[in-house]
Structure formats: structure tokens, C-alpha cells
Design a binder for this molecule. Structure first.
Ligand code: PMP
Length: 351
């Protein structure tokens, strides 16, 4: 039997490597929050589950309206997607013709090169600075007439570092007006430095800027898959054209709405994680580890050639971290108890 021919270029596609789940070990590998759903959110999911014989609201209109009022934009400037990773793919599909370039820092969120190549566009990676931050000047210099899209992950996954208002404003002022800059703010709710700009402000006022957020992290709905983007009307219209019909399911829509109702409580949980983040980073610095300043719910240990060894050592101590081969290890902030187990492992690694 002859094989069905599939796209030859898919063989060269980098694989998305999800954080591992190891029975009996603490998972600090996927930047999830440690707490399960609030009772009100669980109730909303149960209520919605009674009608899953019906298709969900295709446009997720209640959620779109709620987000529009939350961010003070018209509904024509809001799109939802099956996780913000789906919206990353939609941006490429909506904006890029074959061979167009999509620019992003590297290392950054590993889905960027994948969705770019799936969309037949060309990924252009601009190295982070030696201090693990975006090199916005180099990114600006890398823009060509073929560039259609730039992802700026702020705070950056996996380094946790964040660009500040002055440098981002300067960058956005200089980017050509026909290039869309997507500010990927998956970790926005964990940002504590007021000088890290709110991407929604830019998305509201600049037609070539989009802000991308998710219910997966601070809102604790990673398993339900819902993200959203705020952008100018033509961009949102194009995102909706490439939306896979019904891909934000009914449970996700209801849970997202209930989470917005419980925003204060959920953000208070984030504040606890931020407190733990400071404690974990300070402890690691005290042990002599290099740990860049982080504005997200994880820390980055640029361990380079010791990355795999450290990850194995952590697993021996029942902690699953996220190794990036030859570069470093990303560790999600968990509960205080989980973080203590990790810190003990980190201490033992040096012994
Ligand atoms: N953007 C960034 C920077 C991320 O780290 C992630 C998840 N790891 C996503 C987007 C996608 O998240 P989700 O699809 O769960 O919304």
C-alpha cells in the first residue's frame, strides 16, 4: 500500500513538548496555578454540562460582551479562541501569505515557530540579550518588507523577564504601520512592576497592536482552553474568519464568565503566588543560582549544559520541572509546600 502524501515540510516542524505529568511527583512544569476551580466556577461548569447535547454559542457572545466591557472596547475589537495558543495560530493564518515572515524573540513561547510554519510563513528568531530580555532594537532591525507579524511575549515565557514602558513605546513607534505586533500577555495578572506596560492600553489606541491573554494561567482554566485577543476591528474580523467553528466549548465559555465574576478572589490567589515567587527567587539567589527577575508565575534557571542533569535531579526529588535542552530550566511557582520541596531539591543539587 502506498502512503498518503502529506506536506513534506511538516517533517521539519519543531515538536511542541508539553510539561510532563509524572504520577507521584509535583508538577511545576506547565505554569499552571496550583488551586482547583472555585466552587462558583465548578457550579457554572456543572450547570453548562446539562446542555452539552447542544452546540455552544458559536461566537461566544456573552463572553465577548463581558470582555469588551471589562476592557472598555467595542465587541468588534474582541475575539476568543480555543486557548491563546489557538489565537496565535489564527493571527498567522489571518495575516500571512506563504513566505511572509513572523518575528519573535528566542527563546520565547515554543508555539510561535510551530504555528508560523504550520501557516506556511517563515519564522525569524531574534536572540534574547545576555540578560535574558527582549532585544527590541535587534527585533526592529530584523523587520523586513516581508514581516507581517511580531510576537512580543511580555512577560516572556520561559525567562519571566518583562519589557518596560519606555522601550516598548519606542519600539511600537518605530514598527511599520502595516506590521501587527501581538503583545502576548499570558502572564499579565502576575506582573507587579507598574513600569511593565498594560498591552490593552496599546491595543485600544494603536491599530497595529493586539493584546493576547488567556484564562489558562491566573484564572486557572488551563484544562478548558479559552483565550482572547483585543485588536483593531479588521484584525478581529480576520481572526474570526479563521476560527475553527465552535472551538471554544460551552463549559469553557461558562467557566470563563464565572471566573470573571470571581475575579477578585482569583487575583488574590495570584497575589499569593507572587509572594511565593519572591520567596523562591530570593532563596535560589541565596544559594548562588542565576535567576533573572521574573514577572510571571515561574522562575528561569539558565543552567545551560547542566539543564538535563538538574531536571533529572529534581525528578529524583519528586519535582517535575521544564527543561529546555542546553539552555535552562523553567520552574512554575506552586503552593508554599511544593515550593519548599523544590527548594530543597535545588539545595541538594549544589551539595
Ligand atoms: N502564550 C504564552 C506566552 C504561553 O506561555 C502560553 C502557554 N504556555 C500560551 C500563550 C498559550 O496558553 P493557552 O493556549 O493555554 O491560553
Amino acid at each position: 500500500m502506498s502512503a498518503i502524501p502529506t506536506r513534506a515540510d511538516l517533517a521539519a516542524l519543531p515538536a511542541y513538548v508539553p510539561g510532563r505529568t509524572v504520577p507521584g511527583a509535583i508538577k511545576l512544569a506547565s505554569n499552571e496555578v496550583p488551586g482547583g476551580p472555585l466552587p462558583s466556577v465548578a457550579e457554572a461548569i456543572t450547570r453548562a454540562s446539562r446542555e452539552i447535547n447542544r452546540y455552544p454559542d458559536m461566537g461566544a457572545w456573552a463572553l465577548v460582551e463581558r470582555l469588551a466591557s471589562e476592557f472598555d472596547v467595542p465587541t468588534s475589537q474582541v475575539a476568543v479562541g480555543c486557548g491563546s495558543v489557538s489565537l496565535c495560530q489564527q493571527f498567522v493564518q489571518a495575516l500571512c501569505a506563504p513566505g511572509d515572515e513572523v518575528l519573535f524573540a528566542w527563546r520565547s513561547f515554543e508555539a510561535y515557530p510551530i504555528v508560523t510554519q504550520v501557516g506556511n510563513a517563515t519564522p525569524v528568531r531574534v536572540p534574547l540579550t545576555p540578560s535574558h530580555t527582549h532585544d527590541l532594537d535587534a527585533m526592529l532591525a530584523a523587520i523586513t518588507p516581508k514581516t507581517r507579524l511580531v510576537f512580543v511575549c511580555n512577560p516572556n515565557n520561559p525567562t519571566g523577564t518583562a519589557v518596560r514602558t519606555e522601550e516598548l513605546t519606542r519600539f511600537l513607534d518605530a514598527v511599520p504601520s502595516d506590521v501587527l505586533v501581538v503583545l502576548d500577555e499570558a502572564y499579565r495578572e502576575f506582573v507587579t512592576d507598574p513600569d511593565v506596560p498594560d498591552g490593552m492600553e496599546f491595543a485600544r489606541t494603536r491599530p497595529n497592536v493586539a493584546a493576547l491573554r488567556t484564562f489558562s494561567k491566573a484564572y486557572g482554566l488551563a484544562g478548558l482552553r479559552v483565550g482572547y485577543a483585543v485588536a483593531s476591528e479588521p484584525v478581529i474580523e480576520a481572526l474570526r474568519k479563521v476560527y475553527v467553528a465552535f472551538s471554544v466549548n460551552a463549559l469553557a465559555q461558562s467557566a470563563a464568565l464565572a471566573s470573571l465574576d470571581a475575579k477578585d478572589e482569583l487575583l488574590a490567589r495570584c497575589a499569593e503566588i507572587v509572594g511565593e515567587r519572591t520567596r523562591v527567587r530570593d532563596a535560589l539567589l541565596g544559594m548562588g543560582y542565576e535567576v533573572p527577575e521574573t514577572m510571571a508565575n515561574f522562575v528561569w534557571l539558565p543552567l545551560r549544559e547542566r539543564t538535563a542533569e538538574f531536571a533529572e535531579h529534581a525528578l529524583d526529588h519528586k519535582i517535575v520541572v521544564r527543561p529546555f535542552a542546553g539552555e535552562g530550566v523553567r520552574v512554575t511557582i506552586g503552593t508554599a509546600e511544593e515550593n519548599d520541596v523544590f527548594l530543597e531539591a535545588a539545595r541538594a543539587y549544589l551539595a
